[in-house]
Each structure stands twice: as structure tokens, then as C-alpha cells.
Write a protein that binds this ligand. Structure first.
Ligand code: RBF
Length: 160
């Protein structure tokens, strides 16, 4: 479990719903680790293969459009978005990070399901690797945990 994760692992459950994972191919060696961590975490909490669909996109900038379409479609209880944006020599990363964060937040609010921001925003590859199952946790695991926690919370709220 990543540092500061709010919910004990033991109380999490995937439930019956389907989960969409949207994963950027940019920095694919690291985003594939995030993807695998998210899949394994969902499976560890009871999700079957049929409950998990993976949708690759070119880069982090493309996460919001795919996530929005999936969230609006009504087939999924949560959309987990994974990417790695590494700081370059330009300010490109800052535009991507804030645009993507805002767009994913908006999609979640519009569709009424959790759209999870599992994007590593880091200075270099070392920081990214540390957060993809290295010394500083696993953002893919954290993202899947957040998705399951929010699905359960929304179900609880709806049942009141
Ligand atoms: N996509 C990422 O997912 N991570 C990156 O670190 C990243 N860096 C980029 C840097 C530059 C200068 C450009 C032009 C694109 C970068 N992209 C990155 C790709 C971006 O998310 C998107 O796929 C492309 O800009 C096409 O819309």
C-alpha cells in the first residue's frame, strides 16, 4: 500500500462492477508497471478478468477524452487513468498535468463515477520508477484502491 493510503486493504472489495483502466503509452515501460499493479490490486480484491478492461492511449494528454467517453458510456463503475509525465526542458509537463487533472475531475463529476488520477508527475525517471513499485510506493496500486474505495462509498451514499 502506498504511503498515506486512507483505507485499510482488508476493507476493500471490487464488488460486481466493471473497471476501465486507461493507460498512456508514453513512458510505457513505467506505465505498464502502473497498469499491472492496478490490475493485480483489483484482482486481489475479487475482480475477475471480465470485470477489467484496459484501453491504451498515446500519452497523458489523451487520457481525458478516452476516460470521458468511458465514464459517459455507463458500462463501468470507475475509470482508472494511468500515466507518467516527466519534466522536460520546456513547460510542456505543467500544461499537461493541470489540463489532465482538471479534465479528469470534470469527467468524474459529470458522469457521477470515480475517474481516478493515477498520473505520476515527476522530475526524472528515477522518481517515476520509485513510485511505480520501487522505494516510494506504487501509484497503480494506489489508484485501484482509490477506485474501489470510492465505488463502495458512492454505493453506501446511494443506499441511504
Ligand atoms: N506524454 C506523457 O504521457 N508523458 C510525458 O512526459 C510526455 N511528454 C511530452 C513532451 C512533449 C514535448 C510532447 C510534445 C509530448 C509529450 N507527451 C507526453 C505526449 C502527450 O501526452 C500527447 O500524447 C501528445 O502531445 C499528442 O497529443
Amino acid at each position: 500500500m502506498g504511503k498515506g493510503a486512507p483505507e485499510p486493504e482488508s476493507t476493500l472489495a471490487a464488488g460486481d462492477g466493471r473497471y476501465a483502466i486507461v493507460v498512456a503509452r508514453w513512458n510505457g515501460d513505467i506505465t505498464s508497471r502502473l497498469r499491472d499493479g492496478a490490475i493485480e490490486t483489483l484482482q486481489r480484491h475479487g475482480a475477475t478478468d471480465a470485470q477489467i478492461d484496459v484501453f491504451p492511449v498515446p500519452g497523458a494528454f489523451e487520457l481525458p477524452l478516452a476516460a470521458d467517453r468511458l465514464a459517459q458510456g455507463g458500462d463501468y463503475v470507475a475509470v482508472i487513468c494511468l500515466g507518467v509525465v516527466i519534466q522536460g526542458e520546456t513547460l510542456h509537463h505543467e500544461y499537461i498535468n493541470s489540463a489532465v487533472a482538471h479534465a479528469l475531475m470534470e469527467s468524474g463529476l459529470q458522469a457521477g463515477i470515480p475517474v481516478i488520477f493515477g498520473v505520476l508527475t515527476v522530475r526524472n525517471r528515477e522518481q517515476a520508477e520509485a513510485r511505480a513499485g520501487g522505494s516510494a510506493g506504487h501509484k497503480g496500486v494506489d489508484a485501484a484502491q482509490a477506485a474501489m474505495e470510492m465505488v463502495a462509498l458512492l454505493n453506501r451514499i446511494d443506499a441511504q
